[in-house]
Design a protein around this ligand. Structure first.
Ligand code: ZN
Length: 199
């Protein structure tokens, strides 16, 4: 299902509607960059790179007709709209009969789940999924995935920090229970890790 209009590009992809609109000083909700063209996903502005990273929708302006690559498969990935919050919050959830451990990031009014396969491309501790509450491989995968997302895909920094972050934060979350991790908590953990390394 796809409709394209020349002036105001519109893509419909599952639950998502993407409108290309003039930037008008908008910033990307995901990474904070100032936008030249804004892509409104269900009304929330992003840049094209972040649209691809978050929703699996590829916007290729050079290829004439818009090319899109739907890779949204897991139900957890579906957009969840909820109350706006300030800052960034990660929430651990346990869902389904398989008790899958998922991690949902909320940024303002928009939420999305962290994709296991994205984090596995960079560090491969736990192909079977995220976990928390102890110092093992599932928590290592979760620690990397959270930091990689939180640090706006800064791979080098996420790689250098995630093991310490695992021991300091993820291992101490309640095992097999939901959790909530705020931006402030993450910041103070990262500061503590940095301070410890410098001393
Ligand atoms: Zn962005």
């Amino acid at each position: 299902m796809q409709t394209i209009q020349n002036e105001n590009l519109v893509i419909k992809e599952g639950n998502f509607t993407v409108n290309q609109v003039p930037a008008m000083g908008r910033k990307c909700t995901r990474c904070g960059r100032s936008l030249k063209k804004a892509y409104m996903v269900n009304g929330v502005p992003y840049g094209p790179v972040c649209v691809k990273k978050l929703f699996g929708i590829r916007i290729d302006r050079l290829a004439g007709p818009t090319v899109r690559r739907p890779i949204i498969q897991d139900t957890a990935q579906q957009a969840i709209f909820s109350e706006p919050t300030s800052g960034v919050i990660y929430r651990g959830r346990i869902i389904g009969k398989d008790e899958d451990h998922i991690i949902v990031c909320q940024r303002g009014a928009y939420s999305y789940s962290l994709r296991l396969e994205d984090s596995l491309q960079h560090v491969n501790h736990s192909p079977t999924g995220f976990c928390w509450g102890y110092g093992g491989s599932g928590p290592a995968q979760a620690a990397f995935a959270i930091l990689y997302d939180y640090l706006n895909f800064d791979l080098e920094r996420a790689r250098s920090l995630y093991q310490d972050f695992k021991f300091k934060v993820v291992a101490n979350l309640p095992m097999d229970k939901p959790f909530e991790l705020t931006e402030q908590q993450i910041e103070s953990a990262l500061t503590a890790i940095d301070v410890r390394r410098l001393s």
